[in-house]
Design a binder for this molecule. Structure first.
Ligand code: PHE
Length: 330
């Protein structure tokens, strides 16, 4: 091994030792003295200068000085870097003063919020909540509600048929029939759910939407009670200043019937939000309730329409596009 090679070997050895730089002050001092100390490896190289050919000495001397300076510098750098970690098991590089990760929190869909609010208000005044099938037979969606086959009233609701006698329900009124088939009066329910209509899609109509049905059956039920219940609901939902109007209308399953409009300030026009009326005796007959004994009222409200009014949304299609820029506003 030439003298130059010996020098390089010490340099290499020193670098390896630095890679596993110790933490304990005592070990650090040991490392320093092994290489750079009075009896260390570099010193011993200097001591061997005597055996070097005199003509080589100036060169080797220069090289040795350089190595000593290099190693000293490397050592000092490493020591100042490590100083802050002395006594720790690991050299951590976490900066605890940085702000933490932001987790994005989701929000309830505006339709869900509207539904929840409707449910709360009706629960407060004694209504229970029921659900029913979205795929139903023609009988429950139409016939039992006094809409016979080929009756012109079927045109009011463009129906999606699955089979001849099976439909996607066009309203939540089908659940009126299920409820009355399955229990004796009196009863007082609201029924939230999805409904489907094969309608031309526009800012105010979509092929699916949500309704909340209401049904109250008892011995002395009046239209006045229906009107005051709905007015109470609207005042709580939209505020006492909301302009409301009850307008005479027609549904085969209620008599008399009405529709309720709210004034839409943005559009400067009335917006229909629900249909209602006194349960038609023909409906009681189809579920086996005696129409001489029992009376009732029913209503069905459009949830999208109400959410649009409440949150000033001008297009029903926005509810179904799942655009986060829209959803995160609620
Ligand atoms: N089912 C009717 C509709 O979807 C609303 C309604 C329900 C009307 C109950 C009267 C009574 O338009």
């Amino acid at each position: 091994m030439s003298f130059q090679e010996k020098i390089e070997a010490v340099r290499t050895e020193f670098r390896a030792a630095l890679d596993s730089f110790p933490n304990k002050p005592q070990e650090i001092e040991e490392l320093k003295s092994t290489f750079l100390g009075r009896k260390g490896k570099v010193a011993s190289l200097f001591a061997q200068m005597g055996s070097v050919d005199p003509s080589e000495r100036p060169n080797i001397g220069k090289l040795l000085n350089q190595v000593r300076n290099d190693l000293t510098e490397l050592f000092e750098n490493k020591r100042t870097l490590g100083a802050s970690n002395v006594g720790q098991k690991q050299q951590e590089t976490i900066d605890y003063s940085l702000p933490g990760h932001q987790f994005r929190i989701g929000s309830l869909h505006p339709l869900q919020q509207t539904m929840d609010e409707i449910k709360t208000i009706f629960r407060d005044i004694g209504f229970s909540i029921a659900y029913g099938p979205e795929i139903d037979d023609d009988y429950h969606n139409f016939q039992a509600l006094n809409i016979p086959k080929h009756h012109p009233a079927r045109d009011m609701q463009d129906t999606f048929f699955i089979e001849d006698n099976v439909v996607l329900r066009t309203h939540t009124s089908n659940v009126q029939i299920h409820l009355m088939e399955n229990q004796d009066p009196p009863l007082r329910y609201i029924v939230p759910g999805r409904v489907y209509r094969n309608e031309a899609i526009s800012f105010k109509s979509y092929c699916l939407f949500h309704q909340v049905e209401g049904l109250f059956v008892d011995k002395h039920v009046s239209f006045t009670e229906l009107k005051s219940t709905l007015t109470y609901f609207i005042h709580r939902m939209f505020g006492r200043d909301t302009k409301v109007r009850f307008r005479p209308s027609f549904f085969p399953f209620t008599e008399p019937s009405a529709e309720v409009d709210l004034w839409n300030e943005e559009r400067g026009q009335w917006m229909e939000i629900l249909g209602c009326g006194m349960v038609d005796p023909a409906v009681f007959e189809s579920v086996g309730y005696d129409p001489e004994v029992w009376q009732g009222y029913a209503f069905g409200m459009g949830v999208e329409r109400m959410a649009m009014l409440k949150y000033k949304i001008d297009d029903i299609r926005l509810f179904y596009q799942n655009d986060v820029r829209f959803l995160e506003q609620f």
